[in-house]
Structure formats: structure tokens, C-alpha cells
Design a protein around this ligand. Structure first.
Ligand code: 3PG
Length: 209
């Protein structure tokens, strides 16, 4: 299965901020126990490359890098074992470096112009960020009309009360968010707490039978 299909199957992408790479083991255990073996480890902290390596080396988690702003960070992420790269906006340099490495790029785009720019870079899936303040699910539905075939990963302001609005749209591949992996709980290595939040998110995101 390719990376995008695997993310679409999971339907949820936990957006992680790790202050210390040594916390990655507890985080990984909690995500797996909660039934969501996926992590987007953000380059907002210096711990990101080491944390990506620790999570990727386990072999049971689909690990990507988030908040990737430069081509150099793409290189670092790939060297650490990331299999996808997420950015808040669309950078030609970042996307082209992802393509050179042959890995999935998910750059942010929330306007028709930004989506066209992403299409020109050869992409068909974008992160819709920040989703909540960019019109939410109605905005994605409106943009999906002209951009037939484009898939969105809304992130930013997504949580238990509104994820169903996004996941109900055929153009939404998955939703991202940090609610199931609170930074303070990662720092506390609260495996039970993160497992519970993750399992609850998985239950909410499950496709209707
Ligand atoms: C991101 O980088 O994708 C966001 O910070 C996650 O947004 P959230 O904290 O509102 O879930």
C-alpha cells in the first residue's frame, strides 16, 4: 500500500510535538495500543529527527515529518526514516526535494490559487491548514467542486466534536490534529492517557458499518 492510501486507511494523523526524543518510545507504545500506528513528528523542536528515527526503527508506525519548512529539513527527515513530509504552506523547494526522494509531500493549501500552485508541482493531495479558520468543511466542499480528484487532509482546529464534518466529505483523505497526543502528556510519558485519547479518536473516526 502506498503512503497516502495508508494514511487514508487510518483516517487520522496525530500531529506530535516532542520536547525530548527519549519520550518517543512511550508515545509509540501509546499510539500502537490505541490502534493508530501513525505519527507526524513536527520539526518545531530539535528532537524531531531523533524522534522520527526512534519511531521509524520500530517498524510498526507510519512516521512522517511535520512543519517541514526547508529542503534541508526534508533531507534530515528522510535520513531519519520519515515516509511523508507535511508543511504548513506550499514551498516549491520542499515539494521538489520530496519528489527527488520519492516520498509523499503534503503541503498546506487553503485557497484556489494555492491548490493550483500545488497541482502545478505535480501534487494531487494537500494539507488544508489551518482548517478551522479557513472555512472548515464547507470550504473544502466548495473547493472540491472545481478541483476534481484533489484530496485534502484538513488539520488545525480539528477535534472530537467536528472531525465527522470533514471525514464525511469524499475529498477528505484523512484529518490531522494534536488533540490525541497532548504535548504535556507526551512529556509525562502518560502511555495510558494517550492510549485512551487515541482509542477514542479512532472510534470516532471509524467508518460507519
Ligand atoms: C498542525 O501543525 O497541523 C497543527 O498545529 C495541528 O493543529 P491542532 O493543534 O489544532 O490539532
Amino acid at each position: 500500500m502506498d503512503t497516502l492510501s495508508a494514511l487514508a486507511e487510518a483516517r487520522l494523523v496525530p500531529v506530535v510535538v516532542l520536547d525530548d526524543a527519549a519520550d518517543a518510545g512511550a508515545l509509540g507504545d501509546a499510539l500502537v495500543a490505541g490502534g493508530l500506528p501513525v505519527a507526524e513528528v513536527t520539526f518545531r523542536t530539535a528532537a524531531a529527527p531523533d524522534a522520527i528515527r526512534l519511531l521509524a526503527d520500530r517498524g510498526d508506525i507510519l512516521v512522517g515529518a511535520g512543519t517541514v519548512l526547508t529542503a534541508a529539513q526534508v533531507d534530515q527527515a528522510v535520513a531519519a526514516g520519515a515516509s511523508y513530509v507535511v508543511s504548513p504552506g506550499t514551498s516549491r523547494a520542499v515539494v521538489e526535494r520530496c519528489h527527488e526522494h520519492g516520498i509523499l509531500a503534503l503541503p498546506g493549501a487553503v485557497t484556489a490559487t494555492e491548490i493550483q500552485a500545488a497541482l502545478e508541482l505535480g501534487l494531487t493531495t494537500v494539507k488544508f491548514f489551518p482548517a478551522g479558520t479557513s472555512g472548515g468543511a464547507p470550504a473544502i466542499a466548495a473547493l472540491a467542486a472545481p478541483f476534481v480528484g484533489v484530496q485534502f487532509v484538513p488539520t488545525g482546529g480539528v477535534g472530537p466534536t467536528n472531525l465527522h464534518e470533514y471525514l464525511a466529505l469524499p475529498s477528505v483523505a484523512a484529518v490531522g490534529g494534536s488533540w490525541m497526543v497532548p504535548r504535556d502528556r507526551i512529556r509525562a510519558r502518560d502511555v495510558a492517557g494517550i492510549t485512551e485519547l487515541t482509542a477514542a479518536a479512532v472510534a470516532l473516526a471509524a467508518r460507519p458499518a
